[in-house]
Design a protein around this ligand. Sequence first.
Ligand code: AVI
Length: 324
Amino acid sequence: MAALARSALRYSARHEAAASDSFADHVIAGLGDSPKWLSAKYFYDAAGSGLFEQITRLPEYYPTRTELKILQRNARAMAAYIPLAAALVEFGAGSSRKARILIEAAPQIAAYVPVDISGEFLAQEAAAVRRDIPNIAVLPVVADFTRDFDLPPQVRARPRVGFFPGSTIGNFEPEDAAEFLRQAGRILGGGATMIVGVDRIKDEAVLNAAYDDAAGVTAQFNLNILRRMNRELGGDFDLAAFRHRAFYNVADNRIEMHLASLKAQTVTVAGRTFEFREGETIHTENSYKYTVESFRALAKSAGWRPVACWTDENDYFAVHALKL
Ligand code: AVI
């Protein structure tokens, strides 16, 4: 994933409202609150993006390879939902690996519109897709995909298909996920199709292992936010005095990631001082899981009509097709 590629993710609308766009203001609001929190969007500096790439290859982290398998096995069936001369609009594009599977299986796709906040990475990916698939128009848009943005004029007359893989939708609070889908519908317009990857509710042990891997990569990914505050905001976090905690919250259908303070301590960051009790945590991420039905209900509440769903032999992950 590109550095900052996911910086559009919100921990929740409430938290976002409490903090302005600057990292320092965000940290002051989150660490000054009770319980303490930080937005998962700040995981993705260059080091965090590299660690996330490593996570996607871990034996315990099933989502990436499961979704890839679902896409590979069902791309032709998915292509049946893609109209002639369509534009494929990928929200938060990052790497084009998953979009390429759809593009190869659906020669009727005439344009690919990757949308990402990281302009540099987007330009590199766009150049690679242009080189490898010369017969489609590649029209990158540098934008925060959670906010309103304009589609390039060249695709306005084309049928549009949205693509949002990776279960990134799970990192939104459910009400924000519905708002995102509503907004995607407004951007794509009437008659649009949307293809969304969603992680499913499953055995707790499988979920817990995926977010607390034996090699400790997810722990490093979580702790990296402390390293980032030290570097960018003059913080004095002792990384050895915090521990990664990840667990499945059954009542709320979500993995929660926290950083737990191993002792009572005082930390200075962004020019402020924050007290930690022993065992007190900073809540750094939620990753919501859905059943096929609960995701369909969410999509319907946002104005979309679920038309198809593809899954894997373990029922771990689902790729949904929605129509406006
Ligand atoms: C980016 N997102 C879909 C990942 C997830 O599974 O929620 C982020 C992640 N956090 C820890 N491991 C992976």
